[in-house]
Design a protein around this ligand. Structure first.
Ligand SMILES: NC(=O)c1ccc[n+]([C@@H]2O[C@H](COP(=O)([O-])OP(=O)(O)OC[C@H]3O[C@@H](n4cnc5c(N)ncnc54)[C@H](OP(=O)(O)O)[C@@H]3O)[C@@H](O)[C@H]2O)c1
Length: 207
């Protein structure tokens, strides 16, 4: 059976997966780029980047994935549903190269992009969206892409097999929290922590 995986999901010390005030100019709100600075410094992101612990975790994002599911808040800034021209943040050739299922209460027809990415817009419960994505993934794994709101739903429903969370040593104070309502989640998983010299901690929750 294919697995449901989360990779490189970055949170602040106080558990926020994005900042407050998301907009076209500030996709992560007041967090800016601080949640993912560790990743931008790796070879996974940039050929001139580092090849140590952070890179080893970051590059696990890609292999074996046959489909992604993401939330409306990752696909675009608040209100993108009112813009018929919005095609995501990533340009004509998005970095997914698989079917991507965007959860939204305001679905629209699929968007076929260059490079094998097709965005499908679905209004469905997590378990039902996962069934559709699993079929499309054709035996490969399904990545849950975030943000925090939809990831929390998938975790609450017990649908995630492998969760890689990166705890970044910043305090955001406000934004969208990951862990709310998920008390004792860790009891369902084997948990490991690896500290990186960059200052982040890689936490893996494996069922
Ligand atoms: N920290 C990280 O590593 C990371 C990773 C990815 C993204 N992000 C950031 O996280 C932010 C987005 O996160 P977020 O928590 O605000 O939003 P999100 O989880 O991306 O999306 C939530 C929205 O998705 C739709 N949705 C969720 N579940 C649904 C369901 N079952 N059926 C239909 N629609 C459903 C709803 O949108 P509608 O009701 O409007 O349709 C809901 O408001 C962005 O800033 C993004 O850049 C961070």
């Amino acid at each position: 059976m294919s697995r449901v995986r989360v990779h490189n999901f970055s949170i602040s010390l106080d558990g926020f997966g994005t900042g407050d005030g998301q907009s076209l100019e500030a996709p992560f709100g007041h967090a800016g780029q601080r949640l993912h600075a560790w990743m931008f410094a790796t070879r996974f992101w940039d050929d001139a980047g580092t090849a140590g612990v952070d890179n080893a975790f970051a590059e696990r994002h890609e292999p074996g994935i046959g489909a992604e599911i993401m939330g409306a808040g990752k696909f675009g800034p608040p209100g993108w549903q009112d813009d018929p021209e919005w095609r995501g943040w990533w340009g004509p050739n998005p970095p997914f190269h698989t079917p991507v299922y965007v959860l939204t209460h305001r679905p629209r027809p699929p968007l076929e992009m260059d490079g094998g990415t097709t965005f499908h817009f679905v209004d469905a419960e997590p378990v039902d969206a996962l069934a559709v994505a699993r079929e499309a993934a054709d035996g490969q794994d399904i990545r849950i892409g975030g943000g925090a709101t939809m990831l929390r739903e998938f975790l609450a429903a017990g649908l995630v097999d492998h969760l890689h969370v990166v705890q970044v040593p910043i305090v955001l104070g406000r934004g969208v929290r990951l862990w709310d309502g998920l008390a004792a989640l860790e009891e369902q998983y084997d948990v490991e922590a690896v500290s990186s010299p960059s200052g982040v901690t890689h936490l893996t929750f494996t069922r």
